[in-house]
Write a protein that binds this ligand. Structure first.
Ligand code: PEP
Ligand code: MG
Length: 545
């Protein structure tokens, strides 16, 4: 039995035979050009073939994983038309073979990406490598496919292992034959991990080079949540995993039956169970899990997945698609929460000694009103298509809320004057994430229709413990009485002022606290889509006498 520890990239458990994909190795030597025109022609043919292939992959990805996931192939196509990239290849073609020029240009651009500070931009290096391999395949007379020989002998599904999987490879694989993905490299942020999550396949990344030494057909048990993979498990481990898989299957079946039922306690108290999402494609999953709405749409992902400020139209399209996908269920958008651990180069945020205590979220929006107002315009326009709420993160003082609400009002007036359809009904809310907001929650409540307690930050700021630091051990108590008391005070002040109180941080999904939260008067819980039905089951088991 051999154990490897990687990064859990897509949750779920799998047990079965491993199939290791050994990718074709391209031997690229520095060969003199056979003449500029000839090499240029060969490159151009390969480029056209790659572009046509990417269009096909885009269509395939739309049908298998949805429009948002398919965008990666559009990005790849755009790279093949990028001036900087083409200039780089062109330079090589003047002296060397097309293969060498493509290989060198790919390395140069991938290196440039991998040295960037921004997580999103760093992950783009893998995209450049993906394109390079496709071009090399076409240049060597291949068909752009690069997976080596993924031809398992029988139709029996396998746990697929590879050094890394590019998005184009991931999406082309027949989902019904894959139990899980294991990669030696990669991260939880890579597009492949995102695609695996969207496709609902367990995945473990960063298992290291030892993964590739595993013989095909070896049995493995993989846990996509913890990132643990056990090869040739002994009978006891194998039985344990099989038991877990069986339990998981039975649990899923039980929860499935709760779809369409209300989230109501046994004595008739209704609770709204919403989903937290970070992108439009997750709205589909939220609907599939029968979430009663979206309680937190983390809009900053739109800014983080971009190399420049997204304009009003781009934002509108994305907000609109979430509202439409939720088919009349309420969507609460949180305005931009950038800064602290979420940074994008183009914001040019100054270096700070204590970024978590720095200029982040509403503090950035109020100091850069044009940025804030662009987002508000897009949000109000999307509100014309279905019920929405808008809430502000990291509020610490009443004046911040007043100023944010004034921007909302003047944005609505602007849209009215321009004759652009928008929502006049969008409710405003405050995220309660700072102890200061808790202490002044009675005053804050007078300006809004709802509170949403962000327990992740509220815990960090109450306990003075960095949420990113995994070293706290016993010092960190997620059920700390100080945090629970903060939630109680917030819910009480919401009730006194006649507004709703929800929780959208991780604690909302902790079934051990559900009963207590309901006693405090919390009426909305917003959790990751995969937890919605579990929480509904919990709520339906509660009875207050
Ligand atoms: C929170 O702080 O609890 C929250 C929901 O926001 P985020 O985790 O995005 O900071
Ligand atoms: Mg927060």
């Amino acid at each position: 039995m051999k154990l490897l520890q990687g990064i859990g990239a897509s949750g779920g458990i799998a047990e079965g035979p491993v199939y290791v994909i050994r990718k074709k190795q391209y031997e690229i030597c520095r060969k003199q050009s056979a003449g500029y025109d000839e090499e240029r022609g060969r490159f151009e043919t390969a480029r056209q073939l790659a572009m046509a292939r990417l269009s096909g992959l885009y269509e395939m990805a739309v049908s298998r994983a949805g429009e948002e996931s398919a965008q990666v192939f559009e990005i790849h196509r755009m790279m093949l038309e990028d001036e900087e990239y083409l200039d780089c290849v062109q330079e090589g073609l003047e002296q060397w073979s097309a293969e060498w020029a493509v290989d060198q240009a790919g390395k140069q651009i991938a290196d440039m990406f991998s040295q960037m500070d921004d997580d999103y931009m760093r992950a783009r290096a893998a995209d450049v490598e993906d394109i390079t391999r496709q071009l090399l395949s076409f240049l060597s007379g291949g068909n752009g496919e690069d997976l080596g020989e993924f031809t398992p002998v029988s139709d029996c599904p396998v746990i697929l292992a590879a050094e890394d999987l590019t998005p184009s490879e991931t999406v082309r694989l027949d989902k019904s034959r894959i139990l899980a993905f294991l990669t030696a490299k990669g991260s939880a942020n890579s597009h492949t991990a995102i695609l695996a999550r969207t496709m609902g396949i367990p995945a473990v990344a960063a298992l290291g080079p030892e993964l590739l030494e595993v013989e095909n057909g070896t049995r493995a048990a993989a846990d996509g949540t913890t990132g643990t993979v056990c090869f040739s498990p002994d009978q006891e481990t194998q039985a344990r995993f099989c038991e877990k898989i069986e339990e998981e299957r039975a649990r899923k079946e039980r929860l499935e039956r709760l779809k369409g039922l209300p989230s109501v306690t046994r004595d008739g108290r209704e609770v709204r169970i919403y989903a937290n999402i970070g992108g439009p494609e997750e709205a589909e999953f939220a609907m599939e899990q029968d979430a009663e709405g979206i309680g937190l749409f983390r809009t900053e992902f739109l800014y983080l997945d971009s190399s420049d400020y997204p304009d009003e139209e781009t934002q509108f399209r994305i907000y609109k698609s979430v509202v439409e996908r939720m088919q009349g269920r309420r969507v609460i958008f949180r305005t931009l929460d950038i800064g602290a651990d979420k940074r994008a180069d183009y914001f040019q945020l100054p270096a700070e000694e204590n970024p978590a205590l720095g200029i982040r979220a509403i503090r950035i929006c109020l100091t850069r009103p044009a940025l804030f107002r662009t987002q508000l315009r897009a949000l109000y326009r999307a509100g014309a298509l279905g019920p929405i709420g808008i809430m502000f993160p990291m509020i610490a003082s009443e004046w911040e809320l007043v100023e944010a609400a004034e921007h909302c009002k003047s944005v609505r007036e602007e849209l009215r004057e321009e004759g652009i359809p928008f929502s006049d009904q969008a409710e405003l809310g405050v995220m309660i994430e700072t102890p200061a907001a808790v202490m002044i929650s009675r005053s804050l409540a007078k300006h809004v229709s709802f509170f949403s307690v962000g327990t992740n930050d509220l815990t960090q700021y109450t306990l003075a413990m960095d949420r990113q630091n995994p070293e706290f051990g016993r010092f960190f108590d997620p059920h700390h009485p100080a945090v629970l008391e903060m939630i109680r005070i917030t819910a009480e002040n919401a009730r006194r002022e006649g507004i709703r109180c929800g929780i959208c941080g991780e604690l909302a999904g902790d079934p051990a606290l559900t009963e207590l939260f309901l006693e405090y008067g919390v009426d909305e819980l917003s959790v990751s889509p995969s937890k919605v039905l579990e929480l509904r089951e919990k709520v339906r088991s509660i009875i207050f006498d």
